[in-house]
Design a protein around this ligand. Structure first.
Ligand code: PEP
Length: 258
């Protein structure tokens, strides 16, 4: 496996945190810290809808890209409370998180809706970060591969090879998100490698080699270097640690040096 074939991406997922002034303050703090990552590691902040315009304006001219945390699959219409892909691109958003376990758990997200959102995002020119991962009882039952393989197949169903190459997969074991329990680097590598093999079986090795696969789940300043050093871990989707500029920067620097 050759990591040079794909882009390393460190993306913060702010979840439902930060008002607009707080968002501006955090991004102003992160900007100079991560400037050296330009051309080496893609740095992304995925922020609440209300912060998107502030975030795009604050990071203009810097190497930080902005992402949303969800997107609706229809182009427009009677979908009260929803946001379309075109609305995001018009603001200047580049990435969008799709199928985060919190959306699957609390908001009825399914692999079918993840697939529809992924297609809508790609059609609008957004880069989807598609989240997959097993529950604790699924890992304990020894069916992690079965669960994650099924998610990858259903979530990417119908994507062309070019679309698949543009799609980022975030492997996020649900038991590790926001719990302080991190998958070991070997566990993360094992599943990320399995995801790459699944993509190779769906498309071919060239597509699989091009897809960025992140690990997410309590990644922090202490454990990031070991996780990011693994050959199939191409970056991270970071929740809690992305809300502190210094911690987020340590993770970005680990990816730059990794
Ligand atoms: C996440 O929200 O995607 C995440 C991985 O959260 P945390 O880093 O807090 O576990």
């Amino acid at each position: 496996m050759n990591k040079d074939l794909r882009k390393a991406i460190i993306a913060g997922n702010w979840k439902m945190n930060k008002t607009r002034p707080e968002a501006k303050e955090l991004l102003e703090a992160i900007k100079p810290l991560v400037a050296n990552a330009q051309g080496k590691v893609e740095v992304v902040a995925c922020v609440p809808f209300t912060n998107l315009e502030t975030a795009v304006n604050t990071t203009a001219g810097s190497n930080i890209k902005i992402g949303a945390e969800n997107v609706h699959f229809e182009k427009s219409g009677a979908f009260t409370g929803e946001i379309s892909a075109d609305m995001l691109t018009e603001i200047g958003v580049t990435y969008v998180v799709i199928g985060h376990s919190e959306r699957r758990q609390y908001f009825g997200e399914t692999d079918e809706t993840v697939n529809k959102r992924t297609k809508a995002a790609l059609a609008a020119g957004l880069i989807p970060i598609v989240c997959v991962g097993e529950l604790l009882n699924e890992r304990e039952a020894g069916i992690t591969s079965e669960i994650v393989g099924k998610q990858v197949k259903l979530d990417l169903a119908g994507l062309t090879a070019d679309e698949a190459k543009k799609t980022v997969i975030a492997y996020e074991p649900v038991w590790a998100i926001g719990t302080g329990k991190t998958a070991t680097a070997d566990q993360a590598e094992e599943v990320c490698a399995f995801i790459r093999a699944t993509i190779a079986s769906l498309y071919d090795q060239a597509v699989a080699d091009a897809v960025t696969i992140q690990y997410g789940g309590s990644m922090n300043a202490k454990n990031c270097a070991e996780l990011l050093a693994k050959p199939n871990v191409d970056g991270g989707l970071i929740g809690g640690a992305s809300l502190k500029a210094d911690d987020f920067n340590v993770i970005v620097q680990a990816a730059v040096n990794g």
